[in-house]
Unconditional design. Structure first.
Length: 441
């Protein structure tokens, strides 16, 4: 018996791509701080001076202080009245900060407090004032001020006897400070979720109805971004077990008998585009959350094979040649969640989503020849995969992980398809890819 084959294998460049990508991720993590761009801020001093300075963004975000980018000079908070950066207003405040994480580590519900001065973002000014602060560990904090009293609004998640619970301290603080406003009943506060935008709306409502409203930060809108997306996918299928009923006998037995070559592999390139929608996030979650809609079209996915067998107790020889070739397009939506590392450039993320895939430009052919018989040759032309097993719209899930670098996003994507090149349950399919996106806006 003799067999030959021409099988698409994962080309060497694909392995190189993974090595290059891994090196790039390491390099980006190691050198990212070098590329942190300074931010322009207008600084208002106690002595009535105003200066527009180029500030060290990394120092500002991590230390809630001001450092001049070129000289490295640190400006003391006691010398500052306020700072304006990109329409955001920051003011120095002395306040008490709860160390929630340390309290959890100690296993109790008592949390250490620290008296400190912070440069906090002013969200609302008026009878009630609201401030925002992100600490070094990436946790966000809200502070509310009335008269000369400043309190942190806190919700604490804990486990007790295997059950999860929360301490909604923020509700008690809000009830106390808003007790003089009949237009905000206690049940309104009791039903309030610990989400920054909801708390801002309630404070604005109080100031408008029972006090004065001097300032409210501009409402953050949903942002839409779009751009091109390019990817490469490791597309692999194999048929396992006995000959698959309904398939061309030689197509299925080709995969079954010769497992060392009996797998379908190719690395199509995918070109397309995406639309990204950033969505609101809970107070404690500092990294971005977004929906991504994408559409991509693949280069051809190909399988060419031939098979020859001389049957020892007969005079004939069987020749089989076949090919399968198709493009596919896919469209899907993913929910991506950033992992906060409090870094000015690099934002790791994970994601999951659903989509649809469809084959087109399908070439699906096999020639089956029996030769060397005394009186005739038999030639059969047929489909290598019967039409009823060719998938139409295939549902797939996907999970991903990657890094976000401002305009660029690089992600490894594992596809979990309902079907591969066929819908038959004997087929085992694997699809792992990498996508690179570029935001045009």
């Amino acid at each position: 018996m003799k067999k030959t084959h021409h099988q698409q294998r994962a080309p060497h460049y694909f392995k190189q791509l993974w090595l290059i990508s891994a090196a790039y991720l390491f390099l980006a993590a190691a050198t990212g701080p070098l590329y942190a761009q300074p931010i322009e801020g207008k600084v208002f001093f106690n002595d009535s001076r105003q200066e527009t300075l180029s500030l060290d963004q990394r120092f500002f975000e991590r230390s809630n202080g001001l450092k001049v980018a070129k000289t490295g000079k640190v400006i003391p908070l006691e010398d500052i009245v306020k700072v304006e950066i990109n329409e955001r207003i920051f003011v120095p405040k002395k306040m008490v900060l709860y160390d929630i994480e340390q309290g959890r580590e100690q296993g109790g519900l008592t949390f250490p407090k620290t008296d400190t001065s912070l440069l906090v973002q002013r969200l609302i000014a008026g009878t009630l004032k609201l401030y925002h602060h992100m600490d070094f560990g990436g946790e966000q904090h809200l502070f509310i001020e009335k008269d000369t009293v400043i309190k942190e609004l806190v919700q604490i998640e804990y486990m007790e006897d295997g059950k999860a619970g929360t301490l909604d301290w923020y509700k008690g603080v809000l009830k106390l400070l808003m007790s003089d406003c009949q237009k905000i009943p206690p049940e309104k506060i009791e039903n309030l979720k610990f989400i920054s935008v909801n708390i801002e709306k309630l404070v604005i409502r109080y100031n408008k109805n029972c006090g004065s409203l001097d300032y409210a930060r501009p409402r953050e809108q949903l942002t839409f971004k779009f751009g091109p997306q390019v990817g490469v996918s490791y597309f692999k299928s194999s048929f396992e077990g006995p000959v698959v009923e309904g398939f061309s006998n030689k197509f299925s037995s080709y995969f079954e008998k010769y497992s060392e070559i009996g797998q379908f592999e190719d690395t199509p390139v995918l070109l397309g585009g995406f639309v990204e929608v950033n969505i609101l996030r809970k107070l404690q979650k500092t990294a971005f959350t977004s929906f991504n809609f994408h559409f991509q079209v693949s280069s051809p996915v190909k399988l060419d094979y031939d098979y020859e067998e001389t049957r020892p107790f007969r005079t004939d020889t069987i020749f089989v040649t076949g090919n399968f070739e198709a493009n596919y397009y896919e469209a899907g939506v993913t929910l991506q969640k950033g992992i906060n590392i409090n870094h000015p450039v690099i934002s790791p993320f994970i994601g999951a989503g659903l989509g649809l895939r469809n084959l087109f430009n399908l070439k699906n052919h096999e020639t089956y020849i029996i030769s060397n018989r005394p009186f005739w040759h038999e030639v059969t032309e047929r489909e290598s995969i019967p039409e009823e097993y060719i998938p139409q719209f295939t549902l797939f899930g996907q999970i991903m992980a990657g890094i976000d670098l401002k305009r660029f996003q690089l992600a490894a994507v594992l596809m979990i398809p309902e079907a591969g090149i066929s819908t038959h349950k004997k087929e085992k399919h694997f699809d792992l890819g990498m996508n690179l996106k570029y935001r045009l806006n």
